[in-house]
Design a protein around this ligand. Structure first.
Ligand code: UDP
Length: 322
């Protein structure tokens, strides 16, 4: 068995590469290092079954060759992080839509299975929490660049479902909810590593808006368990599946826990969204996953609580840059 991971030098991709190699799967990764880093995969390079290519997924001949070689594609390469999306909307739209189309098209031609990473961001401003896969998507106006991410990922989902229906492409669409853990960078938004880094360095811990907004975090190892189970789960093909947790926490409470747990002397300060991102920035009030569908497909429960996520991420950030 051979797997291709697009975005394999990223936070999630590098954990997945590790887990697949441990299972005896031969792993190819492709990454343009835009948000991923060599440091995430340095420890994998000595393994005989690990192969890496530093290039863009928009390179069609290369993608054709890589997809040809593998049995399954984990398509994780995407422009992610609210800051990156607001600052580089062209790149977000182009990478997310063209990159995914290339990947799906080639996998379809060659009859290879695809696991597509989508995002809970597609639910947008919906207040029907927890979110279920068949719920309506509620997005903001096109003049607010944040929504280009949700929209581009929604197009990816439409495309994947279209290839499944028309071309019988075996594809599983995973909507990931706020995955956290070691190697996640805080450079492009991402509250978890940012706040932990700030607390560890005695900097102000920046809560945006009121801090009453909630998120439900899932530890990366739990996601990787799901990804491994998808290697051989034909019932999941053609499905959209939430992968996350229904355990909500407000950002204000998260900040307090982080400061307390790290024994930090940092102050918790509030920052207006306009200051943090852009004028008129819209945030989501609440976000939690309904994971009933995932549980029907496989045995799954989030196994790591928020305190443990903070502990393990802080441990990593004590010796690595955010
Ligand atoms: N956030 C924050 N301080 C930060 C970074 C983010 O308060 O330094 C907030 C952000 O406004 C949002 C939540 O934390 O309400 C989660 O943000 P993140 O960018 O991690 O993920 P997303 O908004 O995509 O869920």
């Amino acid at each position: 068995m051979r797997a291709l991971i697009t975005g394999g030098a990223g936070f999630i991709g590098s954990h997945l590469a590790e887990a697949l190699l441990a299972r005896g799967v031969e792993v190819d990764i492709i990454d343009d290092l835009s948000t991923g880093s060599m440091a995430n995969i340095d420890h994998l390079k000595p393994q005989r079954n690990f192969h890496y290519t530093i290039d863009t997924i928009l390179n069609c001949p290369l993608m054709a060759e890589l997809i040809d070689r593998c049995d399954i594609v984990y398509h994780l390469a995407a422009a992610v992080g609210v800051r990156l999306i607001v600052e580089s909307p062209v790149r977000t739209i182009s990478t997310n839509i063209r990159g995914t189309e290339i990947c799906l098209n080639m996998a379809s031609k060659k009859g290879k299975k695809v696991v597509l990473a989508s995002t809970s961001e597609v639910y947008g401003k919906s207040d029907k929490v927890p979110f279920s896969e068949d719920d309506d998507l509620v997005l903001g106006p096109t003049v607010k660049s944040r929504w280009s991410y949700a929209c581009s990922k929604a197009i990816d989902e439409f495309l994947a479902l279209a290839y499944h229906r028309e071309g019988k492409l075996p594809v599983v669409i995973c909507r990931l909810f706020n995955i956290v853990g070691p190697r996640q960078t805080g450079r492009y938004g991402m509250v978890f590593p940012r706040l932990i880094w700030q607390a560890l360095h005695g900097e102000d811990v920046t809560v945006y808006g009121t801090g009453k907004q909630t998120r439900s975090f899932l530890f990366v190892a739990d996601l990787i368990r799901v990804f491994l189970m998808l290697l051989d789960l034909p019932q999941a093909e053609g499905q959209v599946i939430n992968i996350g947790s229904d355990n909500e926490i407000s950002i204000e409470d998260l900040a307090k826990k982080i400061v307390a747990q790290t024994g930090s002397s940092s102050r918790i300060t509030h920052m207006r969204y306009e200051q943090a991102y852009e004028e008129g920035f819209e945030d989501m009030g609440r976000r939690a996953a309904n994971i009933a569908k995932l549980r029907r497909l496989m045995e799954f429960s989030p196994s790591v609580d928020v305190e443990e996520m903070i502990r393990r991420t802080a441990e990593y950030l004590k010796t690595h840059r955010c």
